[in-house]
Design a protein around this ligand. Structure first.
Ligand SMILES: NC(=O)c1ccc[n+]([C@@H]2O[C@H](COP(=O)([O-])OP(=O)(O)OC[C@H]3O[C@@H](n4cnc5c(N)ncnc54)[C@H](OP(=O)(O)O)[C@@H]3O)[C@@H](O)[C@H]2O)c1
Length: 404
């Protein structure tokens, strides 16, 4: 995605929202669980980049229905998956814990608040959160289906979901070896299941959630293209695949003369993992992927773990082991110091760093309370000079470390 945005002249945060109608938050008492897709699902206890000018627009410039009861100041919009793709809010709301770690009233309140604030892009998967005791993995899509039906707002939203990671009960192995995978038969059946649970006749973006090396990627690409041709999905996306495989799959689509992957969703944040760090089935964005997204007009990127599961915000949450380096500790300290000096929150600065990068990347917000959501919604309002100050702070921290 090439589009960039003019910065706003907003210098004071934490952010004010002018939205109404939220219900108080309450989180189901689900114990902390290690999540095979996420690393950690936050449900326990309660569970130097350049800028470009481009086509990102404010909601007011768009012919989108505005949710009532809210003045929308800060949300921005950009085409997704190519210049002709749907316009999406540049923040997406992640629905991973909805219906599992976050109860239904709270999930509905979060969804309502996001839409009231101008958000139009919601991300889920057909397996959230199968790893939580007593859950099937269908909860997030099912909850979204109930919310869409009750709010009757499907037409104003862009929904992304994912397939391939749900455990197959027929396979007597452990996850991820028993993941459903990416055969043509599974792709079609899983897509139809998502449509049923979401109560919609199409999803806008359908991601291959993880690699399936047992299937020729040409078969998978063909299966996704058939879904596009049949109008069941708007576009195909790929998540947790190495960049080389993404390139191969996109080249295969060109060869076949069919639509290829136009969206990618990987781990990505202000901190870089150690060289060679393994995330098992997850994949972190590398420089090659960022260069690809920068160069290709028809490929948009979403970032998950933009807050490193809370470790970029909270003192009580250590960096994930793949990020535990002295350099990353210095970068995190620089982020926190700069946020304080600039009068923005840590989450806002970390999200703005993703949002304002080159290429522009859509962070998928991970929130479990309304206050966390309100915090994140202020990211587009972070002033450019706060990001410039962050770059300086990082350089100074490195210089100091080098001098020691
Ligand atoms: N493609 C994939 O394989 C994949 C994998 C993972 C996630 N995702 C997507 O990405 C979404 C986001 O998940 P994520 O884990 O990547 O999110 P994240 O941004 O790395 O972490 C989110 C967590 O950080 C904490 N947090 C957020 N805002 C905070 C604040 N203002 N103050 C203090 N703590 C705060 C919360 O923890 P608590 O809830 O514990 O308070 C929250 O759950 C998911 O919903 C899903 O849609 C995709």
């Amino acid at each position: 995605m090439r589009s960039r945005v003019d910065r706003h002249d907003v210098s004071s945060v934490p952010v004010r929202r002018m939205c109404t109608g939220a219900t108080p938050t309450s989180i189901a008492p689900v114990p902390d669980r290690e999540c095979p897709l996420l690393g950690r699902v936050g449900i326990g206890g309660r569970v130097g980049l350049g800028h470009r000018a481009g086509s990102t627009a404010r909601r007011a410039d768009l012919d989108l229905e505005r949710a009532p009861g809210c003045t929308v100041d800060d949300m921005e919009y950009t085409p997704f998956g190519g210049p002709e793709g749907p316009r999406v809010s540049t923040l997406a709301l992640g629905a991973l814990p909805f219906g599992a770690g976050v109860d239904e009233p709270t999930s509905f309140a979060l969804l309502d608040r996001f839409v009231e604030a101008g958000g139009t892009f919601i991300d889920t998967a057909d397996c959230y959160c199968f790893w939580v005791a007593g859950r099937t993995g269908r909860e997030s899509e099912e909850l979204l289906g109930r919310w869409l039906a009750s709010r009757k707002n499907r037409d104003g939203l862009v929904i992304s979901t994912k397939l391939g990671a749900q455990p197959d009960p027929e396979l007597a192995t452990t996850w991820p070896r028993n993941a459903e995978g990416l055969s043509a038969k599974t792709v079609r059946a899983a897509a139809e299941g998502s449509l049923r649970r979401l109560g919609t006749d199409h999803v806008d973006v359908l991601f291959a959630h993880l690699e399936d090396r047992s299937v020729d990627f040409v078969e998978t690409v063909g299966a996704f293209a058939d879904l596009v041709a049949d109008g069941l999905i708007g576009q195909a996306g790929v998540s947790n695949h190495p960049t080389s495989r993404i390139k191969q799959a996109r080249a295969a689509a060109v060869e076949l003369g069919v639509p290829g992957y136009t969206a990618v969703q990987q781990r990505h944040s202000f901190l870089t993992p150690k060289p060679g760090a393994s995330f098992e089935i997850q994949e972190a964005a590398d420089d090659d992927l960022l260069a690809l997204v920068r160069a290709q007009d028809d490929l948009s990127m979403m970032a998950y773990t933009a807050l490193l599961e809370g470790a970029l915000v909270r003192e009580d949450r250590p960096l994930p082991r793949q990020y535990q380096t002295p350099q990353n500790e210095r970068r995190r300290a620089a982020l926190w110091r700069t946020a304080q000096e600039a009068g923005v929150t840590r989450a806002q600065l970390a999200l703005a760093w993703v949002l304002r990068g080159d290429p522009q990347i859509i962070p998928v917000l991970g929130v479990s309370t309304l206050s966390q959501l309100d915090d994140a919604l202020g990211a587009p309002a972070v002033p450019a000079d706060a990001l410039a100050a962050l770059a300086v702070a990082v350089d100074e921290a490195e210089a100091e470390a080098g001098a020691e």
